[in-house]
Design a protein around this ligand. Structure first.
Ligand SMILES: Cc1cc2nc3c(=O)[nH]c(=O)nc-3n(C[C@H](O)[C@H](O)[C@H](O)COP(=O)(O)OP(=O)(O)OC[C@H]3O[C@@H](n4cnc5c(N)ncnc54)[C@H](O)[C@@H]3O)c2cc1C
Length: 314
C-alpha cells in the first residue's frame, strides 16, 4: 500500500517508485505537513517531484493531533503521516525515507542533493521543508545570509534565518524555496500545511513564467469545477479566451502566435478540470475506499457488524 523507499535503495535509474532517472523538477527536503503539501501541489501540476523525509521532526513529537481540520475526533500521528505521504504519492510524488545531508549547486545550474547514504539526485528546484535544522543548505550560503548566530548562556548556535525567504517562500538563491521554517506560520500543523501549499504555488508560477507564460497568464490556481456550472465547451472556451486576453497586458513581448498557443494550452488545462456528475460520484467512491485503507481492519469490521445489526433491526 504505502511504498516509501528506504535509505538503502538506489536513487538512480528504474527505482521501484517508478522514476526512470535521478533528476527531478522539484526536490522537497522534509515530508511533514509543509513538505507533503508542497509535493501534492507541485506533482499535481505535473512537476516531477521527490520528497526526502527522515530525521528530526516536530510533528513526531506531538502526542495526538486534535486540531488539524477534517478529523473530528483527532488523528494519531502515525496514521496522519501515512495519509499525507499516500496523498503525495497518489498525486505523483516519489517519497524516500532518506536524510538529506547537502544541497549544492550543480554544473547544470540546478542543484545536486546528497543523502546521508551518499546517493545523489539532481533537481531544478529545491524546497526546504524541515522545521528544524537547515545545515544541509550551508553550501548554498555563499553570501552568508541564510544563518544567524544565537547565543544562549555560553553557547553559540547557528540557526536558519527565518526572514531569509519571502512570504511565498522565494529566496535570494535562485531555485531555492523555503516552506519551513519561516518567521510566522510554523506553530501549528494546519498552518504549516497551508504555507506549504502557498510556496508550491510560487514554485508553479515561476515554472510557468520560465515556460513563457506572460504576466496575467502565469498565475495558477488548482481548482476543480462542476461541469453543470459551465456552458458548453465551445462557448466556455470563447469566454476563457476573452478573459485571458483581458488579463494579459498589451505590452507583452510575445508574438500573437506564441500568445495564442499558450492561451489555448492553458484553456485545455482548465477545461480538463471540469467534472461531470458521474465522474464526481466515481471519485467519491474511490476516495472513500482509499480512506478505508488507512483504517485498522478490526475497526472496519466492528463498524460493519454494527451497521448490519442496525439494518436488521430496522
Ligand atoms: C511537542 C509538540 C507538540 C505539538 N502538537 C501540535 C498539535 O497538537 N497540533 C498542531 O497543530 N501542531 C502541533 N505541533 C506543531 C507541529 O508539529 C508543527 O507546526 C508542524 O509539524 C510543522 O510542520 P513542518 O512540515 O514544517 O515540520 P515537521 O513536522 O518537523 O516536518 C519536517 C520533516 O522533515 C524531515 N526532515 C528533517 N530534516 C531532514 C533532512 N535533512 N532530510 C530529510 N528529511 C528531513 C523530518 O523527518 C520531518 O518529517 C507540536 C509540536 C511539538 C514539538
Amino acid at each position: 500500500m504505502i511504498a516509501e523507499i528506504d535509505d538503502s535503495d538506489q536513487l538512480s535509474n528504474s527505482n521501484s517508485d517508478g522514476h526512470k532517472s535521478n533528476s527531478f523538477d522539484v526536490v522537497v527536503v522534509g515530508g511533514g505537513p509543509a513538505g507533503a503539501a508542497v509535493g501534492v501541489f507541485t506533482a499535481r501540476y505535473g512537476l516531477d517531484t521527490l520528497i526526502f523525509d527522515r530525521g528530526n521532526s516536530s510533528l513526531q513529537r506531538c502526542a495526538f493531533l486534535e486540531n488539524f481540520l477534517g478529523f473530528p475526533a483527532g488523528i494519531d500521528i502515525e496514521t496522519f503521516y501515512a495519509l499525507m505521504h499516500d496523498h503525495a504519492m497518489e498525486m505523483g510524488c516519489a517519497v524516500r525515507s532518506s536524510l538529506v545531508e547537502t544541497v549544492e549547486r550543480a554544473d547544470s545550474g540546478g542543484f545536486r542533493v546528497t543523502t546521508q547514504g551518499g546517493d545523489t539526485v539532481d533537481t531544478v528546484r529545491v524546497v526546504a521543508a524541515t522545521r528544524y535544522g537547515g545545515e544541509y543548505l550551508h553550501e548554498l550560503d555563499e553570501a552568508n545570509e541564510m544563518f544567524e548566530t544565537h547565543r544562549k548562556g555560553g553557547d553559540k548556535r547557528e540557526l536558519f534565518d527565518r526572514d531569509y525567504p519571502d512570504h511565498d517562500g522565494r529566496t535570494p538563491t535562485d531555485g531555492l524555496y523555503i516552506a519551513s521554517p519561516t518567521a510566522s506560520v510554523e506553530l501549528q500543523a494546519l498552518s504549516s500545511a497551508g504555507h506549504g501549499a502557498r510556496v508550491a504555488r510560487a514554485v508553479v508560477e515561476d515554472v510557468r513564467r520560465e515556460r513563457g507564460f506572460p504576466e496575467g497568464l502565469s498565475g495558477y490556481r488548482d481548482w476543480i469545477r462542476r461541469e453543470g456550472h459551465s456552458p458548453n465547451t465551445e462557448s466556455l472556451r470563447d469566454k476563457l479566451r476573452v478573459k485571458i486576453d483581458r488579463d494579459v497586458p498589451d505590452d507583452t513581448d510575445l508574438s500573437a502566435e506564441s500568445l495564442a498557443e499558450l492561451r489555448e494550452r492553458e484553456i485545455d488545462r482548465r477545461l480538463d478540470r471540469y467534472l461531470s456528475a458521474d465522474e464526481i460520484q466515481r471519485r467519491t467512491e474511490r476516495s472513500h475506499d482509499r480512506l478505508l485503507e488507512h483504517i485498522d481492519d478490526d475497526r472496519i469490521l466492528a463498524a460493519a457488524r454494527e451497521i448490519r445489526a442496525q439494518r436488521r433491526s430496522n
